[in-house]
Structure formats: structure tokens, C-alpha cells
Design a protein around this ligand. Structure first.
Ligand code: UDP
Ligand code: MG
Length: 149
């Protein structure tokens, strides 16, 4: 099974969207295997977004991510990384499809509510930045026999 790292950003937490976002992934059939509410330290923000360090938007991005608590999660399921990215929608919420989280709940690229890993390699890397192995809980969801062929 695949695992992906997902984070409700401070605007999503402040706007009370964490529950709605969790509900969407739960209803899809994905399994929550780790979660925590945290004010992220600068080192972990820099590490998570290291590919964007030199971009003009990086200082604003860092300030945004550190502006309040984030809700960090790990979700597991068949094809979880790609499935979650599709549910999250395009980076710019103005272009994100209706029905996606960014398409339904955001307007501005700099306040796009949620982060999700963009590849299996990123998922492993990002998970490792934010969670220890013992923070993750392995278990079976009772509906797994009817969720999967
Ligand atoms: N971002 C921004 N301005 C931009 C591009 C990106 O503020 O022009 C922020 C936005 O919060 C985005 C994050 O930087 O989610 C990471 O950018 P990326 O291109 O990796 O988008 P994502 O993977 O989050 O869809
Ligand atoms: Mg990205």
C-alpha cells in the first residue's frame, strides 16, 4: 500500500476546514495512519519546500506556513499519492477543478489550504521530515474487504 504526506496549511486550520478535508479522504477509503497539529519550526519548512528555496515566492510561503498551526497527516491506500493529489487539485485554486479541495475552498495561490506530496519519492522524503516511524499506526480498516477488489 502507498502512503502520502498531507498537511492542512494554517489558512485551512483557521478556517475550520480540517474536519471537512479529513472527511473527504476518509470517505474515499483512504486510511489515516498518522496525524498531529503543530506549529512548524523553520528548519522543517525549509526542508519540506527545499525545491522552492530560490523562488521569489519562498519568503512569503515560509511566513504563511509558519503563521499558525498546520494539521499534518499520513494517508495510506492503493495509489494514495496520485489519488490525493487529484483530490487536492491544481496549485492555483483559481484553476483547480470544482470538486477538488482547492477548487472548492480557495481563491489565491498563496493561500491554497493544503499540501500533498507530488510523487512516491516526495512522500517518503516528506514523511521522514515530519514523522518518526513510531508516530505511524498500522491497522486494518474494517471496510477494507469491500473497498478493494
Ligand atoms: N506558491 C506560491 N506562489 C507560487 C507558487 C507556489 O505561493 O507562485 C506556494 C503555494 O502555497 C504552493 C507551494 O508554494 O502550494 C508549493 O508550490 P508547488 O509548485 O510545489 O505547488 P503544490 O505542490 O503545493 O501544488
Ligand atoms: Mg509541490
Amino acid at each position: 500500500m502507498d502512503r502520502t504526506f498531507v498537511m492542512v496549511k494554517p489558512d485551512g486550520v483557521q478556517r475550520g476546514l480540517a474536519g471537512e478535508i479529513i472527511s473527504r479522504f476518509e470517505a474515499k477509503g483512504l486510511k489515516l495512519v498518522g496525524a498531529k497539529l503543530e506549529l512548524l519550526p523553520e528548519e522543517r519548512v525549509v526542508e519540506q519546500y527545499r525545491e522552492h528555496l530560490e523562488k521569489p515566492f519562498f519568503p512569503g510561503l515560509k511566513a504563511y506556513i509558519m503563521s499558525g498551526p498546520c494539521f499534518l497527516m499520513v494517508w495510506e491506500g492503493k495509489g494514495a499519492v496520485a489519488v490525493v493529489r487529484r483530490m487536492v487539485g491544481a496549485t492555483n485554486p483559481a484553476e483547480a477543478a470544482p470538486g477538488s479541495i482547492r477548487g472548492d475552498f480557495a481563491l489565491d495561490i498563496g493561500r491554497n489550504v493544503i499540501h500533498a506530496s507530488d510523487s512516491p519519492e516526495s512522500a517518503v522524503r516528506e514523511l521522514g521530515i515530519h514523522f518518526e516511524a513510531e508516530d505511524l499506526v498500522g491497522y486494518s480498516r474494517i471496510d477494507e474487504p469491500v473497498l478493494y477488489e
